[in-house]
Ligand binder design. Structure first.
Ligand SMILES: [Zn+2]
Length: 144
């Protein structure tokens, strides 16, 4: 991925900065961080959302296929959306039987909690230690 981006420079161990492919980026504002487990965090300090960056990358080099082929997961850093959704989810926690999966939550069709926000919310809750997650061999399902 890094060799396809412009203006890449390493900013630390497992961290890089590059010019964002989704906007006219004069100084590198896209930060890329690779976690030990292979997940990649992207954040554009120029303000593009992560999906826009991924779309731009995907169009340029079919990176979506690359990602799926490598079974990698790309996450936006925890955003305020994640926090808000995390609060919404916590408030309804008693309505969920444990253990539950992202799909279980999505099937409730709670307002403000679509698949993407639920994922962000669960990620956030796990980060803050509100839920424990166990990864099944099937990478799509985390059990909380
Ligand atoms: Zn951008």
């Amino acid at each position: 991925m890094l060799d396809r981006l412009d203006g890449v420079r390493q900013s630390g161990p497992g961290r890089w900065l590059a010019r964002c492919p989704a906007h006219e980026d004069r100084s590198p504002s896209l930060s890329i961080r690779e976690l030990d487990d292979g997940r990649v965090l992207l954040h554009d300090f120029g303000g593009c959302d992560t999906q826009a960056v991924l779309d731009a990358l995907g169009k340029a080099l079919d990176w979506t296929d690359y990602l799926e082929g490598h079974a990698r997961r790309v996450y936006a850093p925890i955003t305020d959306d994640g926090l808000t959704a995390a609060h919404a989810l916590l408030a309804r926690r008693s309505e969920l039987t444990k253990p539950f999966t992202l799909r279980d939550v999505a099937q409730k069709h709670w307002s403000g909690l679509d698949r993407d926000t639920i994922e962000a919310a669960l990620e956030c809750l796990a980060e803050y230690g509100h839920v424990d997650s166990t990864e099944k061999r099937n990478r799509r399902s985390l059990i909380y």
